[in-house]
Design a binder for this molecule. Structure first.
Ligand code: NAD
Length: 475
């Protein structure tokens, strides 16, 4: 641990973190635990996109969407509801209350963990200096031995699909709607597109999804994409994969979207609203990076970092979305911890990028970790693939939630879990078992030998592990 900066007058810190999302605030807390004097500069609300306009409020809305589905099926449980009416307004208000509660939680944690919160927009201003345009007006310059950039990302905006907040939304706008539009086109079937399709479909919108690649959730295993496409179509969501959006023109009657389908046929459709969910770009502008000489990646313009999140400029670091890789909150938090522990001379290991779980909280839920079957084959592994349907799991049947499956890719040589893919009930919770297994280098035999309680969904983890060795019990 380097010596603390002497005579801390609240303008001088061991570490200044710019950005308080799940990367920045976690790094700031960990650094404080390690004995550093820490400030975190935030231009907006504490908690960043994740807590305020991302992960957390969308999960609140998705919980409401699931409840709509469950109430529709309440008759099976002897609950009479009569005609069901849905209204996005209260669900949206609830999602804001959840987000507010979480943002206040970060404020509380900062006080408890002695992290100074500087309210304003921060940028690099020379060696060891951060200039902040204070929210209350004026500018102040702070000194820091180390500077950590954790400025996140924002929705990508294409020229042919200009987000205007009124007719054409980004996820930021979709989150603040109090009524579901009658008709909605969602461009992009990644995590954001799939999650909002779930919410708006539940609240009565007629949803059409346009995805440029040949399948929905294109980063997931092909079997997962195929299952989700079928499940969404069954709900009545229209999906065009291999679609090319040519233009989207707002007018008095809504937005007219022109796109070519897979077969090259042109469609011209007018809908009430359009949601652009075509990826995110890093917040790297106006951070003083140029002047400080901080290098960016050629592709995507992310901040270039090494395994300890160091940029090419001494004592300047970057983590999370602004540093590229998977744009995921948990990956950002882990990078933040690895970075500050390294600064403090207490590093364990850099982030294991091969073991970052992916979760999409639509219904059925989707979660995965490691390689897809295709990736494992392409990497030259001799593999065995195990599949297990939820129909073979007593708890899932009792819950009435059997839509989906588990799939595990096993390396035959060492019986290593190369990849795990789950579609179905609580997939996003269950995937953690495979993440831990992989972290501890468990074999598929060990995944099964660890006793799973009965009756639980977790038994399916054991069953799919057995399935990779050709001996599942319940199928
Ligand atoms: P994404 O990159 O995951 O998906 C965007 C999709 O849009 C891709 O499938 C892409 O092929 C498609 N696309 C791009 N241009 C298109 C075009 N012109 N026409 C049609 N389709 C087009 O991005 P996202 O869903 O916007 O999410 C942004 C980031 O945030 C991602 O990195 C994602 O992992 C992360 N995120 C994660 C979660 C979660 O973990 N549950 C939720 C939301 C966002």
């Amino acid at each position: 641990m380097e010596p603390r900066v002497a005579g801390n007058d609240k303008k001088t810190f061991d570490l200044i973190v710019v950005g308080s999302g799940p990367g920045g605030y976690v790094a700031a807390i960990r650094a404080s635990q390690l004995g550093m004097s820490v400030a975190c500069v935030e231009a907006d609300r504490l908690g960043g996109v994740c807590l305020n306009i991302g992960c957390i409020p969308t999960k609140a809305l998705l919980t409401s969407a699931l409840m709509v589905k469950e109430v529709r099926e309440a008759g099976k449980h002897g609950i009479s509801t009569g005609q069901i009416a849905v209204d996005l307004g209260p669900a949206q208000e609830r999602s804001r209350a959840v987000a507010d509660q979480m943002a206040k939680g970060v404020e509380f944690l900062f006080k408890k963990k002695k992290v100074t919160h500087i309210e304003g927009f921060g940028r690099l201003a020379g060696k060891g200096k951060v200039e902040v345009e204070l929210r209350g007006g004026g500018k102040e310059t702070y000194d820091a031995r180390h500077i950590l950039l954790a400025t996140g990302s924002r929705p990508r905006n294409f020229p042919f699909l200009q987000i205007d907040g009124e007719h054409i939304w980004s996820s930021d706008h979709a989150l603040f709607q109090k009524t579901a539009p009658k008709t909605l086109i969602i461009v992009g079937a990644g995590a954001i597109g799939m999650e909002f399709a779930d919410v708006f479909d539940a609240y009565g919108s007629e949803v059409t999804m346009l995805e440029a690649l040949d399948r929905v959730l294109p980063l997931e295993d092909k079997d997962v994409s195929a299952h989700l496409e079928k499940a969404y179509k069954k709900r009545g969501i229209a999906i065009h994969t291999g679609a090319r959006v040519e233009k989207a023109e707002p007018g008095t009657g809504g937005v007219t979207v022109t796109f070519k389908d897979k077969a090259g046929k042109q469609h011209v459709v007018t809908v009430e609203k359009v949601l652009s969910a075509v990826g995110r770009v890093p917040n790297t502008g106006d951070l003083g990076l140029d002047k400080a000489g901080v290098a960016l990646t050629e592709k995507g313009g992310f901040i270039k970092v090494d395994e300890w999140m160091r940029t090419n400029v001494e004592r300047v670091y970057a983590i999370g979305d602004c540093a590229g890789g998977a744009l995921l909150a948990h990956k950002a938090s882990h990078e933040g911890i690895a970075c500050v522990e390294h600064i403090a001379g207490q590093a364990h290991a850099p982030v294991d990028y091969g073991n970052v779980p992916n979760c999409t909280y639509c219904h059925p839920e989707v979660a995965s970790v490691g390689m897809t079957e295709e990736q494992a084959r392409a990497a030259g592994y001799d593999i065995e693939v195990g599949r297990f349907p939820w129909l073979g799991n007593g708890r899932a049947v009792a819950m009435g939630d059997v839509d989906g499956f588990l799939k595990v890719v096993r390396d035959k040589k060492y019986s290593e879990v190369l990849g795990a893919h789950i579609v179905g009930p609580h997939a996003t919770e269950l995937i953690a078992e495979f993440v831990l297994g992989r972290h501890l280098e468990a074999t598929t035999e060990e995944m099964e030998k660890a006793m799973h309680p009965h009756p639980t969904l977790s038994e399916a983890v054991a069953e799919v592990s057995l399935a990779t060795m050709g001996r599942p019990i319940h199928i």
